[in-house]
Design a protein around this ligand. Structure first.
Ligand SMILES: [Zn+2]
Length: 424
């Protein structure tokens, strides 16, 4: 199931102005159909897009010449064995690089146009112990290495999207506020571009939960569910909302800051400076503080462990019946259900996909969370909303970021014209 960008598809081909615009729009139409299916014949594409057979043949010749699609041979359809010459999305030489910077890691996911994974990495990163300059330098270094690795794999990156846990001005590529990274008004796209220098890969920035929601909608456990909420379970908690098959961004692109819903006016101070935010109850730091206080985040002299290792240690404790950990997880589960019920009352999703550490501890968290959700959601059908654990792991946002790059190319394949041509 594929993400549909907000601009709608015009049956019978798009109806924009000049011939160049028309050609671009029609190339995009065809690529979008191929992205949504494993392979299609020219006749099937013509039928699905409403374009003439001859137009499809012309467009296909251009796409084949650009190596964005490939012939997948002759298939035999039905008992009579009628042959069908099919084509599929290809673009093995076109790279899409997704990255994520978070409180304790940097993740990289590079694919080609067809979504084939080329590079996948996760590195421990101490955002709490680094200033914005050094964090951006590190991110730039990781980006450079990933660009080179993709080139060695034969793909020229045609764009980078960086997922950030915070408010992002997507148009300008500026991180307006990322409380847990201590970033404010950081022109990340511009700074990364200047670090990448002559590699000149266009850089965009987006919110991590939005990108993870996109990854869930296109390839995750709830793929194709048009009404879903995704929650990141990291030190911070963000939300991405897919409503009617569209990513809900709001007036300024700032929707989904669910971690800062105030759920307890008498609670703890949050990284954002406010009191009693939801993430002070359900974020990984809150769980670690309750489950193993001697290893709480932010204690002086504590090295930053890999979040997976931390969560694995808690999972081992839970499996062996550690009482303190059981109590901690039950509490977090209840707060998770309480916050989830606010979202279910607001957005009426079919599923709430929980990612990050929530997914790793789903077995212990979900009974408590689902119970609260049932009690607190007002409308009966809405109460049938289920929590579901993501299977994409900590890499969901970087995977969604790579999908976003692919979507940009599919929306306008002519952007590839301005990129360096790879060797055939
Ligand atoms: Zn907050």
């Amino acid at each position: 199931m594929a993400y549909r960008p907000s601009r709608s598809r015009a049956p019978g081909g798009a109806a924009p102005t000049g011939p160049a615009t028309l050609r671009r729009a029609n190339l995009s139409l065809v690529l979008r159909e191929l992205r949504d299916h494993t392979s299609l014949s020219r006749a099937e594409i013509a039928q699905a897009t409403g374009l003439h057979r001859a137009t499809v043949s012309n467009l296909m010749a251009e796409l084949l010449e650009r190596r964005l699609v490939r012939e997948v041979g002759v298939e035999h359809v039905g008992a009579i064995g009628r042959p069908r010459r099919a084509v599929a999305l290809h673009g093995a030489h076109v790279g899409a690089l997704g990255m994520e910077i978070n409180v304790d890691y940097i993740a990289v996911h590079g694919t080609d146009l067809s979504g084939r994974s080329l590079v996948e990495r996760r590195l421990v990163h101490d955002a709490m112990g680094s200033d914005p300059d050094s964090a951006v330098r590190r991110l730039g270094l990781v980006a450079k290495e990933a660009v080179e690795a993709m080139r060695r794999a034969g793909a020229v990156p045609s764009g980078i999207v960086v997922a950030v846990p915070g408010l992002v001005d997507v148009t300008r590529g500026v991180v307006t506020l990322a409380p847990n990274l201590h970033w404010r008004n950081l022109p990340l796209a511009e700074q990364l571009s200047s670090i990448l220098g002559r590699r000149r890969v266009p850089v965009r920035v987006d919110n991590d939960a939005n990108l993870a929601a996109l990854a869930e909608y296109t390839s995750g456990v709830a793929a194709g569910t048009p009404h879903l909420v995704y929650l990141t379970g990291e030190v911070g908690v963000g939300g991405g909302i897919i409503s009617g098959g569209e990513l809900l961004r709001g007036a300024d692109g700032f929707s989904g800051e669910v971690g800062h819903l105030r759920v307890d006016p008498n609670g703890d101070r949050c990284g954002c400076g406010r009191i009693g935010c939801w993430e002070t109850k359900v974020g990984l730091a809150a769980l670690v503080r309750a489950a193993m206080p001697e290893q709480a985040y932010g204690l002086p002299g504590m090295p930053v462990p890999d979040p997976d290792e931390r969560v694995a240690e808690i999972a081992r404790g839970l499996a062996s019946g550690d009482r303190r950990m059981m109590t901690a997880v039950a509490q977090v589960g209840e707060w998770l259900g309480l916050g989830g019920s606010i979202l279910a009352n607001l957005f009426n999703p079919r599923v709430i996909v929980i990612g990050g550490y929530f997914a790793s501890l789903a077995e212990w968290l979900l009974p408590h969370a689902q119970d609260q959700l049932r009690r607190l959601v007002v409308a009966d059908p809405a109460a049938q909303c289920r929590f579901v654990a993501s299977t994409l792991g900590f890499g969901a946002a970087s995977r969604g970021a790579a999908s976003m790059v692919v979507n940009h190319i599919i929306d306008d394949p002519t952007i590839l014209d301005s990129l360096p041509r790879p060797a055939p």
